[in-house]
Design a binder for this molecule. Structure first.
Ligand code: CAA
Length: 249
């Protein structure tokens, strides 16, 4: 296993989820000191134990990405314990699917705050540090449904499209400081989030994927490692699709 990212500090938000876990492991394999935030103590203890039994030491710090002050404290804690963050993967996300005519304000707000406000909350406290030391990699995990829209996901599609707008704007602001900002838009990946969609709807979705299957979390983690590397310095403001050909931009 190459240790291309040896010594780098990586923060992966929502690291205990399906795609997040694969990203944490991949970055750890590449030599990073990996940290993730969490909300649920019990779930995270089990996750940490499972990672440990596979030889992974992933640091976990309690913080809700939808709360700005908790994110400020999270970044301060990481800087104190491990040093400045070199690689940030804004991966935390949630769904509250409903057709818009039935969607409650709570369903709208929960998705916008966890999926989009979080990007401000986590990135803002660390951006100056990345610019000051002339290196940074920010990778925003968006979705195919931010690119094409999805029936039943006006909240989620809005948040995920917003993430890429953020990517393109911030990429311009920090380009001369050695910091890149990119979006990855996964399609339907075999995680709990996708398995929560009814089987009937899911099968219809799979039928629309030219590769003929759901994606694997590791297939997303592979691209995260590429974008995080020193060699990816000329890739910025991009939106990279990983969707089995389901939607081609
Ligand atoms: N296009 C057009 N019409 C559709 C439709 C579609 N894709 N799906 C359902 N409809 C129609 C139905 O036929 C029905 O029509 P009638 O009223 O004329 O009978 C009507 O819409 C149903 O409307 P309801 O408001 O009653 O919808 P519902 O409550 O039954 O279901 C839903 C809504 C739960 C959101 C369901 O549509 C659904 O599960 N959609 C899939 C959402 C999805 O893909 N989520 C992805 C989660 S994974 C993820 O987000 C990760 C990622 O990044 C990819």
């Amino acid at each position: 296993m190459s240790k291309k990212l040896e010594g780098k500090v990586a923060l992966v938000t929502g690291g205990t989820g399906g795609i997040g876990t694969a990203i944490c492991k991949r970055l750890a394999d590449a030599g990073c000191r990996v940290v993730t935030n969490y909300r649920n103590e019990e779930k995270t203890q089990k996750w940490r134990d499972a990672c440990k039994s596979e030889g992974y030491e992933i640091a976990t710090i309690k913080a809700d990405v939808s709360h700005y002050l908790e994110c400020e404290a999270l970044i301060a804690q990481i800087e104190k314990d491990f040093g400045p963050v070199d690689i940030l993967v804004n991966n935390a996300g949630t769904t509250r699917d409903a057709t818009f005519r039935k969607m409650t304000h709570e369903q709208w707000a929960a998705v916008i705050s966890t999926n989009l406000d979080s990007v401000f909350n986590v990135t803002r406290p660390l951006i100056q540090g990345m610019m000051d030391h002339g290196f940074g990699r920010i990778i925003n995990i968006s979705s195919i449904n931010g690119q094409k829209g999805q029936f039943g996901q006006s909240n989620y599609s809005a948040a995920k499209a917003g993430m890429h707008g953020f990517t393109m704007a911030l990429a311009q602001e920090v380009a001369r400081k050695g910091v890149t900002v990119n979006t990855i838009s996964p399609g339907y990946i075999a995680t709990e989030m996708v398995m929560a969609v009814s089987e009937d709807v899911r099968n219809k979705i799979i039928a629309q994927i030219p590769v003929g299957r759901l994606g694997e979390p590791e297939e997303v983690a592979y691209v995260v490692e590429c974008l995080a590397s020193e060699e990816a310095a000329f890739i910025t403001g991009a939106d990279i699709s990983i969707n089995g050909g389901q939607y081609m931009t």
